[in-house]
Design a protein. Structure first.
Length: 147
């Protein structure tokens, strides 16, 4: 897929997510401790089919993550390619985490399948930042279950 095709797919997915926005869901998510910043209120059950249709596409996942939109970041965790994830990308993404759901989805859908999973899990458990530390423990749990 060319850069232009990736950009077109990105715009299509962002527009689709925005068309599914639901303010009532944002309020409900906030009650469960999910950040309402840049959140559209689209449920994961509606995000999964969009991600499946998009297929695994690492360049697209990076664009979706960089959008800062909560649901786009969930989608990024679903379509990123674990074999293409670098430790630097993991470090950048983990610093952006602002809610437990994205943290858990990144760990379970993506990071647990990277060659750096054990190393990152151990390192992150010693961090002070809430979601970095959580990522360490969730990643350890995912590895214990899968390995």
């Amino acid at each position: 897929m060319s850069d232009t095709d990736t950009r077109i797919e990105y715009n299509t997915l962002i527009n689709r997510l925005k068309s599914l926005a639901n303010a009532d869901n944002v309020a409900g998510m906030a009650r469960f401790g999910i950040s309402s910043a840049n959140t559209l209120g689209v449920s994961v059950k509606d995000i999964r089919p969009l991600a499946k249709a998009a297929g695994h596409n690492h360049a697209l996942a990076l664009l979706l993550w960089d959008s800062g939109i909560h649901e786009a970041r969930i989608m990024a965790s679903l379509i990123a390619e674990s074999k293409k994830v670098s430790q630097e990308e993991m470090e950048n993404w983990v610093k952006d985490l602002d809610s437990w759901d994205i943290c858990d989805l990144c760990c379970n859908n993506l990071w647990s399948k990277t060659p750096f999973a054990y190393e990152q899990a151990l390192a992150w458990t010693y961090h002070r930042e809430e979601y970095v530390k959580r990522a360490g423990f969730v990643l350890l749990t995912a590895l214990a279950v899968d390995d």
